[in-house]
Structure formats: structure tokens, C-alpha cells
Design a protein around this ligand. Structure first.
Ligand code: NAI
Ligand code: MG
Length: 360
């Protein structure tokens, strides 16, 4: 068609980010071609420790202007702790994107696949298949607070949380809509209203108010401590889980860890209104310990690319079909191989990427 292509900034970053990014592009391009979706990738070398070594900053001063016209950012991983402290590399790149582009939904699917050994005993594929929606801009993660009388007996440290009605309602709404779009119509709301006696009862009241608009959704409110236990003991009871920034951060590592290798876990950082580009990235980091060996598992990057195609076309039609094709191809490769070493095999990064692409 003559439609304008989607503009995608490809930002490989550091370490294995640079190794898995080409495999992500290979598969995304193949699926897009089959479904008539037009993409234009622009490769970006900054937001990396290479850029920091050359210029002393992670990104150029006009980074936001350079990315503003993009529809999506397809991001590998950032970090090279031997040269650049992690808070410098992360705050100088990824966290700028999340914050400045108001990517207030962090979405992570958790799914057990045939062929990937599950660390939880007795679980079969199909038992674990849920989505974590984490608030990504406010809540417990703020820089508001301070220290008085440091280094003395009277030392006092305060760290404030920020829960806004706007920020809470918009992430809850996203989660309710997501639950409404899935067959089980089930939403778990993470809380801790018995401990955090100001913010969390209020968070619960916002969830109750929104639930009134979604009578078809079964809402299950759980304190974060027992919720974490149930991720391990009863993962089959979850469908969509929504949580504040801190609770969601923890759940969104626990969930993917409970279904096997970190090498397959994808994520999306979304600005659902599309005022700014959204960002799609594997959960894992730059893995300096295996960088350069060509053995990184590219599936997390590839699956993140599938989420990107789905989001770009609003979860309907061509993008949804392309997404589902990629996930089916991933299923096939995980079941029948080839496998990278983290999956117990000896295949290389590009062998896996090609195997997924061929199944399309
Ligand atoms: P990591 O995720 O890079 O690695 C943890 C372990 O998992 C390592 O043993 C690694 O070899 C393995 N691993 C990770 N991805 C894999 C893959 N695709 N295939 C096979 N094995 C894989 O986490 P780590 O070591 O804590 O951090 C390394 C660097 O990455 C640091 O600079 C950190 O700040 C950064 N980082 C960046 C993230 C991002 O860009 N979103 C997220 C997490 C860490
Ligand atoms: Mg985390």
C-alpha cells in the first residue's frame, strides 16, 4: 500500500543488545512483509556506553528532538559496568526515554512454553500465561525526600511516594481494558493497604471506582506479599495483574523468572495515547559475561518486536496477526530447537533468529 511506513528507531545499546538486535529486526521485518506492514528502521548508535566513551555522555543533547517523530523505539540493552557506573548508563538513556516519553505502562507477558524447563514443580505449558502491568512513572520511585543530621545519632531519612489521580487512573484503565480484551476477564490488583496506610487504601479506592465501569471483569485485590507467594504456588490463577511502580518492578522479575530463562522475557514501555514513541525491549540487560560469544538468546528481543507490531497497529488486524505468527514461531523453536546454551543447546544467536524467521 501507499501508507506511510512506521518509523522505528533501532537502538542496540551495549553488549548482547548489539547481538540480539539484528535478529529482532530480521524476524520483525519478515513478519511485517507477510502482513503488508511497512516499516522503516533508523539505526542509532547512541544511548550506549560506546557513545559515553567517545563523548562523555550517553546521548546527544538533542536526543529528544531526534526521536520525537518516531513511532517506536526498538531497544536492545544498555550497560557496561566495567567502564560506566550502571546508574549513569541507565539514567542517561533508558530511564530518560521512559520518563520524557511518558511511557507509563510497563507491560510484561509471562508464559510457560513447551520445551523450556519450569523452575516451578509440576507446571505444564498452559498453566502459566498472564500479563503484568506496572505503573512506570511515579508511585514509590521518586527523588522527593532528604536526609537531616546525616552521620549523627539523630540521622533522619525521608523518601516520599507520589500517587496522582491522573497517574493511577490511567494505568488502572489500561489494565481493565486489557483484561476486558482477554477471554478470562480477570484482573488482579496488587495492594498493601494493611501496611502503607495512606497511599494503598487510596489506590484500592481508585480501583474500586474503576471496577464499577467494568462489571464484566472479576477483580481480585491481593496484598503484595501473598500475591508474590501465589506467583510461585498458584500461577494459574492470574490473567492480568496491575501494580504500582515498586510492586510491579518486583513482580515483573519474579514472573519471568518463574517460567525459565531470562533470555526469552520481553517487555513494552507504552505511552498508550501515542503522544510519544513507545519502547520495546527484552527484560534482560547487556550480559557482559557472554558478550562476543554469539550465544545470547535472541527470543526476548524477537518477542518484544512482536509486541511492537501489535501496538503499532493498535492490536487489531495486520499487527495482531503478525504478532501471533511470531509467537507461534517462537513456540515452535522452543519446542523443537535449535537451542542456545541458556536453553540447554549449542546453537548461536543467529541460528535461533534464522530458525524463528524460517517458521514464518
Ligand atoms: P543481565 O540481564 O545482563 O544478565 C544476567 C544473567 O543472565 C547473565 O548471566 C547473562 O549472561 C544472562 N543472560 C541475560 N540475557 C541473556 C540472553 N539473552 N541469553 C542468554 N543469557 C542471558 O543482567 P546483569 O548482569 O545484572 O546486568 C548487566 C548490565 O546490563 C548492567 O550494566 C545492567 O545495568 C544492565 N541492565 C540493563 C537493562 C536494560 O537495558 N533494560 C536491564 C538489566 C540490566
Ligand atoms: Mg527491575
Amino acid at each position: 500500500s501507499a501508507e506511510r511506513p512506521f518509523q522505528i528507531a533501532l537502538i542496540p545499546g551495549d553488549g548482547i543488545g548489539k547481538e540480539v538486535a539484528p535478529e529482532g529486526v530480521r524476524v520483525v521485518e519478515a513478519a511485517a512483509r507477510r502482513h503488508g506492514i511497512h516499516l522503516r528502521f533508523t539505526e542509532i548508535g547512541w544511548a550506549s556506553c560506546d557513545h559515553w566513551r567517545a563523548h562523555g555522555t550517553m546521548m546527544p543533547a538533542d536526543w529528544k528532538a531526534q526521536l520525537q517523530g518516531m513511532d517506536a523505539l526498538f531497544f536492545g540493552a544498555v550497560g557496561w559496568p566495567a567502564d560506566v557506573p550502571d546508574h549513569v548508563s541507565l539514567w542517561g538513556s533508558l530511564l530518560q526515554f521512559r520518563r520524557e516519553f511518558d511511557q507509563y505502562v510497563n507491560l510484561r507477558p509471562v508464559r510457560l512454553f513447551d520445551g523450556v524447563p519450569c523452575p516451578l514443580a509440576g507446571r505444564q505449558p498452559g498453566d502459566i500465561d498472564y500479563l503484568i502491568v506496572r505503573e512506570n512513572t511515579e508511585g514509590e520511585y521518586t527523588n522527593i525526600g532528604g536526609t537531616m543530621w546525616p552521620g549523627t545519632e539523630r540521622e533522619v531519612v525521608l523518601q516520599q511516594s507520589v500517587f496522582s489521580r491522573r497517574g493511577t487512573d490511567r494505568v488502572l484503565k489500561y489494565a481493565f481494558e486489557l483484561a476486558a480484551s482477554r477471554p478470562r476477564h480477570k484482573l488482579t490488583v496488587a495492594t498493601k493497604s494493611n501496611g502503607m496506610a495512606v497511599s494503598m487504601p487510596w489506590w484500592d479506592s481508585r480501583a474500586d471506582a474503576m471496577a464499577a465501569d467494568y462489571p464484566q471483569i472479576a477483580v481480585d485485590k491481593q496484598h503484595i506479599d501473598i500475591l508474590s507467594a501465589r506467583f510461585v504456588l498458584q500461577p494459574d490463577r492470574f490473567d492480568v495483574v496491575v501494580a504500582s511502580n515498586l510492586f510491579g518492578d518486583i513482580l515483573s522479575d519474579l514472573g519471568p523468572a518463574s517460567v525459565g530463562t531470562i533470555g526469552i522475557a520481553p517487555s513494552a514501555n507504552l505511552n498508550p495515547e501515542r503522544s510519544f514513541p513507545s519502547l520495546f525491549e527484552p527484560v534482560h540487560g547487556s550480559a557482559p559475561d557472554i558478550h562476543g560469544k554469539g550465544i545470547a538468546n535472541p527470543i526476548a528481543m524477537i518477542w518484544s518486536g512482536a509486541m511492537m507490531l501489535d501496538f503499532l497497529t493498535d492490536g487489531t488486524g495486520a499487527g495482531r496477526a503478525a504478532h501471533d505468527d511470531i509467537v507461534r514461531a517462537i513456540e515452535g523453536v522452543l519446542r523443537e530447537g535449535p537451542r542456545t546454551p541458556d536453553l540447554g543447546g549449542r546453537a548461536s544467536t543467529s541460528e535461533l533468529g534464522r530458525a524463528v524467521a524460517e517458521r514464518l
